[in-house]
Ligand binder design. Structure first.
Ligand SMILES: [Zn+2]
Length: 280
């Protein structure tokens, strides 16, 4: 169950969406390998909240009082982490959660906590809308303008974990993904297809990029592609499909049928396939 939850969290994270995962502080879930891995991932925050601060109540022998219920939260957005980080201020008595009824009641999220989450979601939504307004894709790979150049070695290996084939969704071997990405980046470097520019100096719309992974025997082919071309508006001048087999057959047949050309010269047919095309 927890492993499945982590898979869902990872899907959200990889697709540029957000998640919140919570478990009681003392839960064994925090010792599970899948959870520990998620804690280590880029952009994932862990915070602790005390639900008494969100109005969680319980009843014990002394009557109704706040329920402490320390809970840990895993999320990949700081607004959500912040919303769920209230710590007990010690200004109230804590009721002891004993008995099934008390625990079941405490399993319901207090209203204030829900309100805080909704507020955070609104902040995130607003941020996304603003980003879209300025035409900057949220998956935009450009980092801060004054960022040092990041080389392949700088990344930890877990950066390549959990990546799947972009078409089939099949899991991919991290070392092969790393090798594929490194190769693509090496070519981009050697072909000098990019320049670093300041965001402030960009007058046109900034187009995001994303990796497309394809499993091949014994390797993973990785391509860094520009977004917004595939899908709805395919531009004929940018989109290069594989020529249909029928076209190749026609050319072959036609060339052979014509026989030798003028002055008895042999005809030659050449088929070229470009292995790498760069958007530049
Ligand atoms: Zn408290």
């Amino acid at each position: 169950m927890i492993k499945f939850a982590m898979e869902v969290c990872d899907i959200q994270r990889r697709e540029g969406r957000y998640f919140v995962f919570e478990q009681p502080q003392g839960s064994r879930a925090w010792d599970l390998e899948a959870v520990k891995k998620m804690v280590m991932r880029q952009g994932v925050d862990i915070s602790t909240m005390h639900q008494c601060m969100y109005g969680l109540k319980a009843r014990d022998t002394m009557g109704e009082a706040s329920a402490y219920k320390p809970t840990r939260v895993l999320t990949n957005h700081e607004a959500l982490a912040e919303a769920l980080s209230r710590q007990c201020n010690g200004m109230h008595r804590h009721a002891h959660l004993v008995g099934k009824t008390a625990c079941t009641k405490a399993a319901v999220y207090p209203e204030e906590m829900c309100t805080e989450v909704l507020k955070a979601v609104a902040v995130i939504k607003k941020g996304i809308e603003e980003t879209q307004l300025y035409g900057v894709d949220r998956e935009d790979m450009c980092e801060d303008d004054n960022m040092e150049e990041v080389t392949g070695e700088g990344y930890n290996d877990f950066y390549y974990e959990g990546i799947v084939d972009s078409v089939t969704g099949e899991g991919l071997e991290p070392t092969q993904v790393k090798a594929g990405c490194d190769e693509a980046l090496k070519y981009m470097k050697s072909m000098k297809v990019w320049d670093r520019v300041l965001r402030s100096g960009v007058r046109d719309k900034i187009v995001g990029s994303r990796w497309v992974y394809a499993k091949k025997p014994n390797l993973v082919s990785c391509r860094l592609v520009a977004q917004e071309f595939a899908g709805s508006e395919k531009r004929e001048d940018l989109y290069a499909g594989t020529p249909p087999m029928a076209a190749t057959r026609y050319l072959l047949s036609d060339t052979v049928s014509r026989g030798r050309g003028a002055a008895g010269r042999r005809r030659k047919l050449m088929v070229l396939d470009v292995k790498r095309a760069f958007l530049n």
